[in-house]
Design a protein around this ligand. Structure first.
Ligand SMILES: Nc1ncnc2c1ncn2[C@@H]1O[C@H](COP(=O)(O)OP(=O)(O)OP(=O)(O)O)[C@@H](O)[C@H]1O
Ligand SMILES: [Mg+2]
Length: 311
């Protein structure tokens, strides 16, 4: 019987999981549970004795932990997100593929992550959760490449640049004939949260009303904000143009600096949904861009496992 596989993409903004056709996404929000919750019975994820709420539950409680600190990956809070992924997926045992920011990806660091996972006491629904099976760690962005290869197997032989537009960062990685080129990795803090913030500011300037980033995303997607029954219009073309210009120049510079001439550029991540990001350049948007990393990890897990069983 084939082993169960799961691809897990823990981003600064959202966590995405893929297990065959079952795909999930929740905000990467974590908060420490300090008081007993008397109304709703939310069950925390317990890591090394600390109780955490994750996702929507954490957002509701507030006081969420800043995921942008350098020590986030391998921290107890990060392990709680992992535990939450296992819980929502009912994932007990199998092949796990995890992505980490390409800037920190290295053999040594992968070891540290694996050690943190194995040495920690993670409790899900009160039960100790043992991570059995294989855990593989690959750079974020690689999933987008593997997802693309499902659609275009021939591109495995070409030089492919991948641009992962996330919430906080834009990560860029390069594959030359199917091999990951570690030295050609670049990460810039110009994720979608930048444009969301400038939309929030513009809205406040115009209406003296504070909106959250979810409402700002709605505006970006052309929706209207309503407050106490009134609709509030806002023009954000300038904000979007300013953002797409700076992202475009970062991408151009990256492509020009690559050690080999790229044949193709692929865009993925939630930010790929910004319509006028691409301009006229020859960039392709991967299928299901926001989920693409997680889906690609799942393909990777499945192939690795088939490879193992063939010997
Ligand atoms: N239709 C859309 N148009 C524009 N932006 C969108 C759309 N849908 C989602 N986004 C935004 O895309 C952003 C990036 O999402 P993504 O899940 O790729 O980030 P992440 O992986 O959590 O972040 P990072 O890669 O920085 O760790 C989010 O800020 C989200 O609000
Ligand atoms: Mg991401």
């Amino acid at each position: 019987m084939p082993t169960d596989c799961i691809g897990i993409d823990i981003g600064y903004g959202f966590t995405k999981t893929c297990r065959a056709d079952d795909k999930r996404i929740f905000p990467t929000a974590i908060t420490m549970m300090t008081k007993e919750n008397t109304f709703a019975d939310i069950s925390p994820i317990v890591v090394n004795g600390q109780r955490f709420l994750v996702g929507k539950d954490a957002e509701r409680e507030g006081n969420t932990i800043d995921t942008r600190q350098s020590g986030f990956v391998t921290s107890d809070a990060w392990l709680a997100v992992l535990g939450h992924c296992f819980r929502v997926n009912d994932f007990v045992n199998g092949e796990i593929v995890l992505g980490v920011p390409p800037g920190v990806f290295s053999r040594k660091y992968s070891r540290r992550i694996l050690d943190a996972i194995r040495a920690s006491d993670i409790r899900v629904n009160g039960e100790p959760y043992r991570v059995r099976g294989n855990v593989r760690i690959i750079p974020q962005g690689a999933g987008i490449f593997f997802r693309h290869i499902q659609d275009q197997p021939g591109d495995l032989q070409r030089n492919v640049a991948v641009i992962d537009i996330g919430h906080n960062t834009v990560d860029m990685v390069f594959f030359a004939q199917g091999r990951y080129v570690e030295s050609a990795t670049e990460s810039q803090e110009i994720g979608v949260s930048l444009v969301l913030h400038s939309i929030m500011k513009a809205f406040y300037r115009e209406h003296r009303l504070a909106i959250d980033s979810e409402a700002a995303l709605g505006i970006l997607q052309g929706k209207q904000v309503t407050y106490m029954g009134d609709a509030y219009a806002i023009e954000v073309r300038e904000e979007i143009e300013g953002y797409t210009k700076s992202i475009s120049s970062v991408i151009s510079r990256y492509l020009e600096k690559l050690p080999l001439h790229p044949d193709l550029g692929i865009i993925g991540g939630g930010g790929a949904a910004i319509r006028d990001l691409l301009g006229s350049r020859n960039l392709l948007v991967v299928s299901e861009p926001a989920m693409a990393n997680a889906i690609g990890y799942w393909y990777y897990a499945r192939n690795a496992q088939q490879g193992d069983s063939r010997g």
